[in-house]
Design a protein around this ligand. Structure first.
Ligand code: SF4
Ligand code: SF4
Length: 87
């Protein structure tokens, strides 16, 4: 029976492992300004119509987390540093 030889190390280097990026929004300090939502190219973030923090702001929330590409545009745009991006 024919068996495939193992892939050489150089070939293995042609493949990129795919890891999911994710964001964490600190709702306590979010002001609901929407800058992060506007900056996100993948429409991951939106401003909640229901969740309000102790300061009375409707907060940003990740609604399509699975689409996050880890570009960090949201974190860069947030004036209150309320977003952390992990890759
Ligand atoms: S890291 Fe990029 S893709 Fe992910 S939520 Fe932020 S702006 Fe959107
Ligand atoms: S940019 Fe920052 S403060 Fe503004 S909605 Fe997004 S997380 Fe909240």
């Amino acid at each position: 029976m024919f068996a495939m030889p193992p892939a050489p190390a150089a070939m293995a280097g042609n493949y990129r492992s795919v890891t999911m990026a994710s964001i964490t929004i600190d709702e306590k300090i979010c002001k609901g300004c929407g800058l992060c939502a506007n900056a996100c190219p993948k429409k991951v973030i939106s401003i909640s119509k229901h969740r309000m923090n102790a300061n009375g702001y409707f907060v940003a929330e990740a609604v399509n987390k699975q689409n996050c590409i880890g570009c960090a545009f949201c974190a860069i745009m947030c004036p209150d540093c309320a977003i952390e991006v992990e890759k």
